[in-house]
Design a protein around this ligand. Structure first.
Ligand code: G3H
Ligand code: 13P
Ligand code: ZN
Length: 332
């Protein structure tokens, strides 16, 4: 049994309180390897931003949970060495069972998500409540994120007739019964690099796809029912077209890539949305640079020579987000 405090980590309680009050959102960046973690910490220290390091079930499988947990401990020391102690949260992303959440809680995670959003409402309540009871009864309080409403995937229909958007009339009951510390909602974001089908978008100049706007009306309705309660947005990559173009220029194929415009995320961050999840943009940035290095230097075979530039680009991207999109810069 390891408490997150022993690793130098913090939970989200105070960070979310400050973020909701201050009108900004914390970055929640996924990591699976050392370069991603270095980029996240470098960007967060440089911009003096608190940060949430996210580990998915897939990341645990890929990289080994003990290594990732110890990397988070290392991240705290690394930030210190870089010259600024920032608050760091280690968070389980999309936990799908009580057992997985329990295991993370017992091995040093300071925050977990239990994603029961695909379950019938009552089962989602029961599972989320069970995780909260366990997490909150630890010697060091572990925070829990729940989810209501299903994020659309590219296969799903996000039109209002067949909406899986969060139903505002359910949120008070869900939060009251489960005692979650934050709630992920569905207002039009989705996971991956193709957040909308082309036919759901309009075409801008040069044929650029313009996605339908987020449902700020639903967000406002939720805020009215749960004033000041921490809200989370998943699937919030912006899918920068510069990266898509670099990938395609150097042999990749990323047809129909479209993300959430930065201005809309900025607007959301000013509300009770206090955690914004980004993974796909980091994947795009790294892939773009690695493809470029391979194309321009075909004789290069030292991984540091392509992972290093990819890491530098990732750091630049995350610093930009902290400053210009989330507003978390200067809040550590
Ligand atoms: O929301 C999902 C994240 O992007 C993590 O993706 O499950 O492939 O690690 P992953
Ligand atoms: P993106 O696919 O938009 O980066 O979303 C990541 C996410 O929600 C992780 O939980
Ligand atoms: Zn997600």
């Amino acid at each position: 049994m390891t408490s997150y405090k022993e690793l130098g980590l913090v939970n989200t309680v105070e960070l979310f309180k400050k973020a909701v009050k201050g009108g900004y959102a914390l970055p929640a960046y996924n990591f699976n390897n050392m370069e991603q973690m270095q980029a996240i910490i470098q960007a967060s220290v440089e911009t003096k931003s608190p940060v949430i390091l996210q580990v998915s079930a897939g990341a645990r499988k890929y990289a080994n949970q003990n290594l990732l947990r110890n990397m988070a401990k290392g991240a705290v020391e690394y930030a210190h060495e870089l010259g600024y102690d920032i608050p760091i949260v280690l968070h389980l992303d999309h936990g799908d069972s009580f057992e997985l959440c329990k295991d993370c809680i017992e091995t040093g995670f300071s925050s977990v998500m239990i994603d029961g959003s695909h379950l019938p409402y009552d089962e989602n309540v029961a599972l989320t409540k069970k995780v909260c009871e366990f997490a909150h009864s630890q010697k060091d309080y572990v925070t829990v994120e729940g989810e209501l409403g299903v994020l659309a995937g590219v296969e799903d229909d996000v039109s209002s007739e067949h909406s899986n958007y969060t139903q505002p009339e359910e949120v008070q009951d869900f939060v009251g019964k489960t005692k979650v510390d934050s709630l992920a909602i569905s207002i039009g974001t989705s996971h991956g690099r193709t957040k909308f089908k082309p036919e759901q978008c309009t075409r801008g100049p040069n044929g650029i796809l313009i996605p339908p706007p987020l449902r700020f009306d639903i967000l406002a309705e939720i805020e009215k029912r749960l004033p000041g309660f921490p809200i989370v947005l998943h699937g919030s990559s912006s899918v920068p077209q510069e990266y898509v173009e670099i990938v395609e220029k150097f042999g990749g194929k990323l047809t129909d890539s479209v993300g959430i415009p930065e201005e809309q995320l900025r607007q959301a961050a000013k509300s009770a949305v206090c955690k914004i999840n980004v993974d796909s943009d980091g994947r795009l940035a790294m892939t773009a640079i690695i493809r470029k290095v391979f194309a321009e230097k075909p004789d290069e075979f030292d991984p540091r020579k392509y992972l290093g530039p990819a890491r530098d680009e990732l750091k630049k991207l995350y610093a930009h987000k902290n400053v210009n999109v989330l507003g978390s810069a200067g809040q550590a």
